[in-house]
Design a protein around this ligand. Structure first.
Ligand code: AMP
Length: 411
């Protein structure tokens, strides 16, 4: 299909702004870039277009508004065709609490709801709001759409999302499991259904998103029924720098016996643990694989624990699902690490998993397909594409009265 419309996708972090302009029909990226070190001493915007890289320094302490100004006035202004094809702006929003099970057009009530969820995502939601405000000011005639990382998991049943804590903490303070990476798990679910020749609402998968952050989701009939992240993105799997599950008694032990304050505990569990903490070397899977091959004991142990914990979660999700059509690996590690995938599948032999070594080694760097051996449980590698989901959702929600509206993008 020829490209008649484009969507600008914005992903605002606390000190960063990722942006991309892409075709919602096929995901082709026309322009992509990154504002980084925002609010710091040397903020800058870099972008890639037609294979060429560019960087522009921003004034000291410049924030999202300034990065968006550069995007509009200096990057897009030289691209009038691209700019004129924009039909919507899609914003990644980390936390939508219980209010949003789907993407929505942004209006004042939606902005208020994102604001209401700040307590649940104190670093992310304020940055998203700054991005939405700046984008609304820069593109006053374009519809803005919010796509929530938590939305896909709103289908979880209550017994999967309630912690075994006094129920009033949920009722009065919203303390429950929400889950994250929903946009990625949703993309992978839809793609797996297509590869398996099943309708989305009849596919059952276990989706393992393994990147610097990592989470795993049990999908029944196309809907998330359990996931490993909880109230915050700290729960669940071992991650690059996050511990994942620990005994909650550890917190009291650190506080009462070792004089840790809340900030130190937060830093310990979120920034100094996981692959980095165990190995004492790096949070980066690629670096650890190299070090392990060179005989580094900490790197070996970190990778072993990462794979062991992941395999345990996969086993537990077989207890959650009545049937599993496929196990899916995605995210930087899931898409590229043949070593991690092989180790996990070997651990799961008792559940019928097995790896085809040639397919496993060949399926990397953006390729897609099965890596399981003949007769073993189906295992797929599917490169995720959250930007494309955001662009598709944004295009589908564009009101028919908007200039450039393309009815073929509606679901
Ligand atoms: P993400 O957060 O999805 O970008 O994933 C980042 C993680 O993917 C890091 O731990 C990387 O080391 C890992 N990764 C990327 N490429 C490879 C590769 N070729 N082999 C092993 N790990 C990789």
């Amino acid at each position: 299909m020829s490209s008649t419309c484009q969507v600008l996708v914005l992903n605002c972090g606390s000190s960063s702004l990722k942006f991309a302009v892409l075709d919602p029909h096929d995901g082709t990226v026309a322009l992509s870039g990154l504002g980084e070190a925002l609010g710091e001493d040397e903020p800058r915007v870099s972008w890639k277009q037609n294979g060429e890289r560019h960087t522009k320094p921003l004034p000291k302490a410049a924030r999202h508004t300034e990065a968006i100004r550069v995007l509009v006035e200096e990057i897009l202004s030289g691209q009038s065709v691209l700019r004129d094809q924009l039909i919507a702006i899609g914003h990644r929003v980390v936390h939508g609490g219980e209010k949003f099970s789907h993407s929505v057009l942004v209006d004042d009530a939606v902005i208020q709801s994102i604001h209401d969820c700040i307590a649940l995502a104190p670093l992310h939601n304020p940055a998203h709001l700054a991005g939405i405000e700046a984008a609304r000011a820069a593109f006053p005639t374009l519809p803005q759409v919010a796509v929530f990382d938590t939305a896909f998991h709103q289908s979880m049943p209550r017994h999967a999302y309630i912690y075994a804590l006094p129920y009033a903490l949920y009722q009065d303070h919203g303390i429950r499991r929400y889950g994250m990476h929903g946009t990625s798990h949703r993309f992978v679910t839809e793609r797996a259904a297509s590869l398996l020749n099943l309708a989305v609402n009849e596919v059952n998968i276990i989706s393992a998103h393994l990147g610097n952050g990592a989470s795993i989701t049990a999908v029944h009939n196309g809907r998330s029924v359990d996931t490993s992240m909880g109230l915050t993105p700290l729960e669940g799997l071992v991650m690059g720098t996050r511990s994942g599950d620990v005994d909650p008694g550890l917190l009291m032990h650190l506080g009462s016996r070792m004089d840790y304050g809340l900030k130190q505990i937060n830093d310990l569990l979120n920034k100094k643990s996981g692959l980095l903490g165990i190995s004492g070397l790096s949070n980066d899977c690629r670096a650890l694989e190299q070090a392990a091959a060179d005989g580094h004991e900490g790197a070996r142990l970190a990778l072993h624990i990462f794979c062991y914990r992941l395999a345990k979660y996969i086993g537990s999700y077989h207890a959650v699902l009545p049937q599993v059509d496929a196990l899916v690996f995605t995210g930087g590690i899931g898409e590229n690490s043949a070593l991690v995938r092989e180790s996990v599948l070997r651990q799961l032999q008792g559940l019928g998993y097995g790896v085809d070594p040639a397919k496993n080694t060949a399926t990397r760097f953006g390729t897609e397909g099965p890596i399981s051996s003949a007769q073993s449980a189906v295992t797929l590698v599917i490169p995720t594409n959250e930007e494309w989901v955001i662009a598709r959702d944004a295009a589908a929600l564009v009101p028919p009265t908007t200039p450039n509206h393309d009815p073929s993008t509606r679901e």
